[in-house]
Design a protein around this ligand. Structure first.
Ligand SMILES: Cc1cc2nc3c(=O)[nH]c(=O)nc-3n(C[C@H](O)[C@H](O)[C@H](O)COP(=O)(O)OP(=O)(O)OC[C@H]3O[C@@H](n4cnc5c(N)ncnc54)[C@H](O)[C@@H]3O)c2cc1C
Length: 425
């Protein structure tokens, strides 16, 4: 390996980067993973309640249909626990105009949308909002569909192309089962265990600022001006973050434009710990959606270690609340949980939240979203990359994009492309 620090440098130690690195190491390649943060996991992160119980502040839920992440979690020895779902589901505020928010009918809109070919010329250039306006469904059904899109894709429906949502949603094949399990010990601990298999190949505190493509080699410069050389590079960071890395020579214009077609999602995740799951006393499952604000959702994540609810605020709501600060978010969430269940909700044992809006190294969450209405080829162009520079992130996955499963798949897909180049030598 004369003159090279590794066969392959992987930029980013989220699940995409770690999975790519593991696949490359298994195939016999020398790998170096450069991660900007002082921890691995990226959009999978964790914290602890005051009593020491660890919980996920980022990616958490998995399900049987997510074959790769399920296999990984089992291989690394982590048990999973079921998301408690017994009991009634609520739409809040109760009784306030059911017509304004109709789930069953909004599900039918989703099914109808997903039957459209994303390349159908009749939807070219249409945002979700523009397409929805043309539908003859009752307004409650439309608002429900809007809440679903803004809650999952975490941007306003006035920005998201319909073809993008359809194309993305078709690759998520779990039939609404995504909340099935959590990892006992946290998904973040799974990322740490995966990184531990890679040992000293993972270097933290290494923000990559510039990539120089040469003849048969590539030089990667960090913000600390350290330079590493390799034969190939996988940039395993979300597209918006990838677009901020400098390239020499400049990336081909179509690829640079493809990376510029995305915006970061916006989400806030809160974990609220209670003495006991009191909501079950009245027959509630803990699962709540709100009709007066779109993109707000709560569910029970109690395990053998803690009784807790998780609350997500996504999309425009997250941006609004993020601007109002943590005290506002806490009191607003607790007030709403109390209205849904019982005044006991206002006195939790602990309340912890992570505001991902504008996050330094991921830009937001759950995922980046294409907002350029004409960028239908963006994913294909990014997947093709500019060898020896390749790209991977959950967004680019052939299955479950925007999920941990998607990150693992995207990482391994990129590793396969890189191995093909290495074998050509
Ligand atoms: C609040 C929240 C809840 C979620 N819930 C779920 C869930 O329940 N289930 C699920 O499956 N998914 C969930 N997701 C989505 C899931 O976490 C992500 O899709 C997945 O973790 C993305 O992995 P990735 O490797 O593609 O990207 P990332 O995790 O973002 O990893 C990229 C890495 O690159 C690093 N990086 C960025 N720029 C640079 C640079 N210039 N130099 C070096 N390093 C850099 C970052 O620090 C990061 O570590 C959630 C996400 C969030 C934010």
């Amino acid at each position: 390996m004369s003159g090279f620090d590794a066969d392959v440098i992987v930029v980013g130690a989220g699940f995409a980067g770690l999975s790519a690195a593991e696949a490359l190491v298994s195939a016999g390649s020398e790998v170096l993973v450069l991660e900007a943060r002082n921890r691995v996991g990226g959009r999978v992160a964790s914290d602890r309640f005051a009593d020491g119980v660890r919980f996920d502040t980022g990616g958490q839920f998995i399900c049987d249909e997510m074959h790769e992440v399920m296999a990984l979690v089992h291989r690394l020895g982590f048990p999973v626990f079921d998301t408690p779902m017994d009991g009634a589901f609520q739409v809040q505020p109760a009784g306030a105009g059911e017509a304004r928010y109709n789930f069953a009918e909004s599900g039918r809109i989703r099914t109808r949308a997903n039957r459209i070919d994303p390349r159908d010329p009749s939807i070219a250039g249409l945002t979700v909002e523009a397409w929805l306006a043309r539908q003859s469904d009752p307004s409650g059904a439309k608002v429900g569909y809007q809440a679903m899109v803004e809650g999952l894709w975490c941007r306003s429906i006035s920005e998201i192309p319909l073809w993008y949502v359809i194309d993305n949603d078709r690759r998520t094949t779990s039939n609404g089962n995504e909340l099935q399990y959590s990892v006992d010990g946290t998904m973040h601990a799974v990322a740490e265990a995966l990184a531990a298999l890679l040992g000293s190949r993972v270097r933290l505190g290494m923000p990559v600022a510039r990539i120089v493509r040469g003849n048969g080699s590539v030089a990667v410069t960090t913000g600390n001006d350290e330079v590493f050389k390799a034969r190939q590079v996988i940039v395993a960071v979300p597209p918006v973050m990838a677009s901020r890395i400098g390239h020499e020579p400049a990336l081909p214009a179509p690829l640079a434009e493809a990376l510029g077609a995305w915006r970061s999602g916006t989400v806030i995740k809160a974990l609220v710990e209670y003495e006991r799951p009191f909501w079950r006393d009245a027959g509630w499952s803990g699962m709540v959606m709100w009709r007066d604000v779109l993109g707000l959702f709560a569910c029970d994540v109690s395990s053998g270690h803690a009784s807790a609810l998780v609350v997500f605020a996504g999309g425009p709501l997250a941006v609004d609340w993020s601007g109002k600060g943590e005290d506002f978010i806490r009191s607003e969430m607790l007030r709403r949980l109390a209205a849904a269940f019982d005044s006991a909700a206002e006195t939790p044992v602990d309340f912890q939240m992570r505001d991902w809006v504008g996050d330094r190294w991921s830009g937001g969450g759950y995922s980046d979203v294409i907002t350029d209405l004409s960028a239908c080829d963006a994913e294909t162009l990014i997947r093709a990359g500019a060898p020896p520079v390749h790209f991977a992130s959950s967004e680019l996955s052939s299955s479950f994009p925007a999920y941990v499963e998607g990150a693992i798949v995207a990482g391994r897909e990129a590793a396969a492309r890189v191995l093909a180049f290495l074998q050509e030598r």
